[in-house]
Design a protein around this ligand. Structure first.
Ligand code: G
Ligand code: G
Ligand code: MN
Ligand code: NA
Length: 254
């Protein structure tokens, strides 16, 4: 309960921050987008990881407010970078299953984009398979409306949990993110290499962009490049960084 009160307070007083992790187009070394990842620096408890406070926000009815804050913050930051002359193609935000139960979400997203002078295609919304598994009646409707608006949908952590290929057929998604557990095994497990190649094949043949996440070594990067992965993300390229670190990072990339 104490943590719940602290989270409520952090949302109001600015104890939360977004870090941003680059996603890179392998062939040309160009930026594909930045994934926004929430961070909470508590004054006495220190850093509280999202694995802890996101489920807490979900349990105590704060996830709507938190996700609104994330959307607002990420879109505001993208607009700010562009005003500063940085070529950032898009931002990606993670949303929780219950955010998709809210039929007002597409309108909210539209208003935030407009307020910051952004196009819907500047935003990727990442959702997980568990969001889809719930099969809540409003979830599909919300996804369809976001798509109609022009927002891109990205299926996160793909290949874990209850992956069903039927999602790919039924949903208007534009991107698949290969779960980092496959990438972690690439160097040592032929099975992981087969699966990453197969998932790339399925995604590509359906016209989806496939992103490999959790790339930590040059060997992993080389395997993914040889397999033809268009976009990669991971510590080997860049860790999630505070927004003020991005200009220097981009300058370094040339
Ligand atoms: O950033 P890190 O790898 O520690 O994130 C851990 C988990 O928390 C990941 O599953 C990530 O998707 C999730 N996460 C991070 N930021 C957000 C956020 O703003 N909203 C939601 N719903 N999940 C997030
Ligand atoms: O579930 P989701 O894919 O949104 O989670 C992203 C999480 O993965 C973030 O918490 C981010 O900090 C973490 N992450 C990003 N790159 C790497 C990486 O190369 N290795 C590992 N282990 N985690 C990573
Ligand atoms: Mn994600
Ligand atoms: Na993921």
């Amino acid at each position: 309960l104490a943590l719940e009160i602290a989270l409520r307070e952090a949302l109001q007083t600015g104890g939360l921050e977004l870090y941003y992790q680059p996603q890179i187009e392998l062939a040309v070394g160009r930026l594909h987008g930045l994934e926004a990842l929430a961070r909470w620096q508590h004054p006495t408890l220190g850093t509280i990881p999202p694995d802890r406070f996101i489920p807490l926000a979900e349990e105590c009815g704060l996830i709507g407010a938190l996700s609104r804050w994330v959307l607002e913050q990420a879109c505001g930051q993208l607009a700010k970078w562009r005003r500063e002359g940085l070529a950032v193609p898009a931002v990606a935000v993670n949303l929780s299953a219950s955010n998709f139960h809210n039929l007002e979400l597409p309108t909210l997203v539209e208003q935030i984009l407009e307020r910051h002078g952004l196009q819907p295609s500047d935003l990727y919304v990442e959702l997980t398979e568990s969001t889809l598994l719930e099969d809540h009646s409003s979830t599909l409707q919300t996804i369809e409306r976001l798509h109609d608006l022009g927002v891109r949908l990205s299926l996160d952590d793909f290949g874990t949990g209850y992956s069903s290929l039927s999602y790919l057929r039924r949903l208007p998604i534009t991107e698949l993110k290969l779960d980092r557990s496959f990438v972690a095994d690439l160097e040592h497990a032929p099975m992981a290499r087969s699966l990453s190649a197969a998932i790339l094949g399925i995604g590509t043949s359906l016209g989806l962009t496939v992103v490999a996440e959790g790339v930590e070594t040059v060997a992993q990067k080389d395997i993914l490049q040889a397999q033809g992965y268009p976009v990669v993300q991971g510590y080997w390229f860049a860790k999630p960084m505070p927004p003020q670190a991005l200009p220097a990072w981009m300058a370094e990339q040339g």
